[in-house]
Design a protein around this ligand. Structure first.
Ligand code: ATP
Ligand code: MG
Length: 648
């Protein structure tokens, strides 16, 4: 009962084909197909991708999975890997290219580098630009079409890249088509819709098919259908193509989709039905190999259950993998499972997944968290999400990490698990430059009786860092003092040096250059200083020296760069290069017609004009600066986003 032809959608298909033609001539774009579930977004996307393949264009397709929303960059990496695979012919090329994809998507995480001290905005720009360049190198001989399906479940970091592409594909031979459900509302849908509002992308909303189109579709599926049955489909399907097919799939055409699924499920023999229910618990895309462990059924029963479910249009298979024909089909099957059965199947499925995939690599952690939640093991789910958050943080996928950790903190029942989630969340928010949220959560966490004193000093230091990034110096000073008191009771040399470098930052901000130098020197000289803090201290030292000696400042920034190189800290390397760039700018003559103003003694050590045409500048320090949370006019951050040209 799958419709053999695409019915209607002429305007959308014409627009997509025009966009494809434009991309061929180097005028790439992003097109978004939005609409309620089952309205035909994926079908339309598939149609255009087939068209592109027919014209020997390069194609890469990826999709997000609900269970993998805690995994950063999954759909993007999938699509890019497919795109480079479709281009490679020479043996051995593939592996090198796959590595370049990983470097594009995870430019910092793979090398184990630290993202501490790097602005979140800079990270996003760097990643967007790297992906753009990768797409450009792939689309040399033929235009490239990238399809990203089901973005309602996408991680926010992939969306960040997509937004960058929407603003920058205009000169490329790349067409990117994204699909997203408009209902229920999701953050992803809102962000993609906003791309349309600001004309960065073309957004098409798929409307229900007209009655004449539904009739055409029904006749294409079932040419001999009687008038009464046709009327029944017209009334029940509401113009949704998915429902048209589903209603036609059940005998006697039931009144609703849920009944249609229930009828087909009831047609399966007892154990076969249990196998399909277990598959639904595992997810829309499920590993059929696990079904035997989850249900205790033998291989013959599993095989016949899968065959019957495919016959009944409950399941389908693609590329050797079984999946529910539609996300809605899986949900309708789950609705038929009694709660205690679902919890027990989820428990067994969780054990099976953990046994089959030790360490839960890739998407398996998300799958396991979903199963733990269905099994009612909320602390286990929270712990898995904390691990997922930590992994995203390591990969520099800050927004994805925030979402995983927020979910973890909501799920956690045990106060210690909740505390662990929130500690990591405070750190992630600080690194993301989300100072308001960071300080609000930090205040709540510091009041928690489950927080140990050593964790308390670490939290104060992250809050101080968030405040420093936001140039809320009074707030930063308050948290540094609090951390100092806690460290006096429960000394931790590593935290002490972190405190030292942040204190040096605040001293620099209020113009106490000697104090800033003294503190930075102390951090650099300490044997307990970890490399990223040492890099930071060299940068602060350089900024303090820049007022009086460009040579000494240059030397400090150079040492920061060497330290970053020696310890594989690419983000600190970039930051050092930016600072070295400021020295170059100061040495360089100004633009023609400019007269360099007399250098005044300022805490930031150089005059604004020399940088303003290249970088955003940090607000000059002022001793009275205090926190104004939520204030609209937030000063720009330093260092400038790395998307801005670095003179180095
Ligand atoms: N215009 C159409 N003509 C014929 N069949 C269609 C059309 N649109 C969709 N279909 C069929 O309807 C079913 C559901 O469509 P599709 O999977 O594309 O929906 P979707 O909008 O992607 O749903 P979801 O949001 O749940 O992913 C598919 O089997 C598809 O082949
Ligand atoms: Mg779809």
């Amino acid at each position: 009962m799958l419709c053999p032809v695409v019915v209607g959608r002429d305007a959308e298909l014409a627009a997509l084909r025009t966009a494809l033609g434009e991309a061929e001539y180097g005028r790439g774009s992003v097109v978004v197909l939005a609409g309620p579930p089952g309205m035909g977004k994926s079908r339309l996307l598939g149609e255009v991708l087939d068209d592109a393949r027919g014209h020997a264009d390069l194609v890469g397709a990826g999709r997000s999975l609900r269970s993998a929303s805690a995994t950063a960059f999954r759909p993007l990496a999938e699509a890019l890997l497919q795109a480079v695979r479709s281009r490679d012919s020479a043996p051995g090329e593939g592996q090198a290219r796959s590595q370049s994809v990983w470097r594009a998507v995870l430019p910092f995480g793979e090398e184990g580098g630290s993202i501490v001290g790097f602005s979140a905005g800079g990270l996003e720009l760097a990643r967007g630009e790297t992906v753009l360049r990768l797409l450009r190198t792939v689309a040399v001989e033929a235009p490239l079409v990238v399809g990203l399906d089901d973005l309602q479940w996408v991680d926010p970091d992939t969306l960040g890249v997509l937004e960058y592409l929407a603003d920058n594909l205009r000169g490329e031979r790349v067409l990117c088509i994204a699909t997203v459900r408009s209902e229920p509302r999701s953050a992803a849908y809102e962000r993609l819709r906003a791309l349309g509002s600001r004309r960065s992308a073309a957004v098409f909303r798929l409307a229900p098919l007209k009655p004449s189109e539904v009739t055409e579709m029904v006749r294409a599926c079932w040419p001999a259908i009687g008038a009464a049955e046709l009327d029944r489909v017209l009334a029940a399907a509401d113009g949704v193509p998915f429902l048209v097919e589903e209603l036609l799939a059940a005998p006697d055409i039931p009144e609703t989709f849920a009944t249609s699924v229930a009828v087909r499920l009831a047609g399966l023999e007892g154990m076969e039905r249990r196998v399909v229910e277990a598959a639904a618990v595992l997810g829309r895309h499920f590993a059929w190999e696990l079904l035997s462990d989850v249900t205790g059924a033998g291989p013959e029963v599993i095989a016949s259950a899968l065959e019957h479910a495919v016959d009944e249009l409950l399941l389908t298979h693609k590329g050797g993998v079984y999946l529910f024909r539609h996300a809605l089909t899986r949900e309708a099957v789950l609705d038929q499972v009694l709660p205690h059965t679902r919890a027990s199947l989820a428990r067994r499925a969780l054990a099976a997944v953990e046994a089959a995939h030790p360490g839960l690599p890739g998407v398996w952690r998300g799958v396991a968290a979903d199963l733990a939640q269905q099994a009612g093991q909320l602390d286990v789910a929270a712990q898995l999400l904390i691990d997922a958050g930590r992994e995203s943080l390591r990969a520099g996928a800050l927004a994805t990490a925030v979402i995983s950790l927020m979910r973890a903190s909501t799920f956690a029942v045990d106060p210690l698990v909740r505390c662990a989630a929130q500690e990591l969340l405070v750190q992630t928010l600080a690194l993301s430059g989300r100072a308001d949220e960071c300080l609000a959560l930090g205040a709540q966490l510091l009041a928690s009786p489950s927080l140990s004193p050593s964790a308390g000093s670490a939290v104060h230091l992250w809050l101080a860092q968030a405040a420093v990034e936001a140039t809320w110096w009074a707030e930063a000073g308050h948290h540094l003092t609090a951390a100092e008191h806690l460290l006096a009771f429960d000394p931790d040399p590593t935290l002490t040096t972190r405190r030292g470098v942040l204190a040096a930052e605040t001293a620099l901000a209020v113009g106490e250059l000697d104090e800033a130098r003294r503190l930075a020197d102390g951090v650099i000289g300490s044997a307990d200083t970890i490399p990223e803090v040492r890099c930071h201290a060299f940068v602060v030292l350089g900024r303090a020296e820049r007022v009086s000696s460009l040579d000494r400042a240059k030397m400090a920034f150079e040492r920061s760069r060497v330290c970053a190189d020696a310890h594989g800290l690419p983000l600190w390397r970039l930051r050092a290069l930016h600072e070295l760039g400021t020295i170059d700018l100061l040495i360089m003559p100004g633009p023609a017609g400019w007269k360099r103003p007399a250098r005044r003694r300022r805490t930031w050590g150089f005059s604004a004009w020399s940088l303003s045409w290249t970088f955003n500048c940090r607000r000059p320090a002022c001793s009275g600066s205090s926190r104004t949370p939520g204030s609209a006019a937030r000063p720009p951050r330093w260092p400038p986003p790395i998307g801005y040209a670095s003179p180095s």
